[in-house]
Design a protein around this ligand. Sequence first.
Ligand code: NAP
Length: 290
Amino acid sequence: MNHLPIAIIGGDLRFVRLCQLLIDKGHNVYVYGISHPDIPNQATICSSLEDVKKCKYIIAPIPFSKDNNTLFTPLSNVSISIEQFFLVANNSFVLLGALNNNLKLLFKKHNIQYKDLMDMDEAAILNAIPTAEGAIQYAMQNSEITLHDSQCLVLGFGRCGKILAHKLYGLGANVSVEARSSKDLAFISTYGYTPIPLKDLKNHLDKYHFIFNTIPAIVLDTEAIKKMSKDTVYIELASAPGGIDPCATKTLGINYIPAPSLPGKVAPKSAAKIIYHCFSLILHDMGEFL
Ligand code: NAP
């Protein structure tokens, strides 16, 4: 068995479960920026960020940062500045997720070797499964009707949009899917969903019980929101800026449900397995075995 020194810094419950997976495989795991009773006893709890310097591999949070200043550490009171992180990570390989373009530039400037899981199709596709299940859970929790026989609109037909539409269809919902490419629209009708071209979206908005957005760009402006039924539950899955202005939904009486980071919330064990699987693929490419 290969005993790799691996640091886990920050992150949500997924990273607690990942810690257990790595320990079970015999790796030497160092943890900083997570305080949780389920962190296994065999893990080394670091008292300072400096302690992770000896690790060849660092697993950093997903998302890496929410404020562009500090790492995402929801399970700890410690605040880790990105600048501090760069000082300890310069000799390690960093696995992380959801870096924005500004942070990508900073990593480049500091010459830190990293891989963003969200840039791996395999990770994003597998992650779309807990995301879709979480979206469905949120829809059920926030309405008084069944998804069966309901009118659902999925905005976007990328990795999350495809898997969510498939699962909603399986539950007996009437599924419409918005896309902007004619190829996607053709696939949408082939699967038995109603295709909605982006340019026609505003003409269809009055009939949905649920709208699930997977597009990280504003596609529904105030005029569009005014056309939505007041009974619509809008579930925001996409990262900032999302598909709609939440303040406008409040003013116009639409039930806006933010649904960020669902894999870590609804299926942390499954999500940890996905991170582990993708980490092992990355290491394999580097000639290392997890
Ligand atoms: P993806 O595969 O890139 O799909 C994005 C979709 O949005 C595509 O259909 C794309 O259309 C469309 N799109 C992008 N920009 C657009 C624009 N300006 N106007 C119209 N359509 C546009 O991404 P994904 O993996 O499905 O992820 C979708 C979003 O969910 C991302 O923001 C991701 O960060 C987020 N996410 C959230 C969670 C959660 O727990 N909430 C989990 C995973 C992912 P084209 O193909 O035509 O470009």
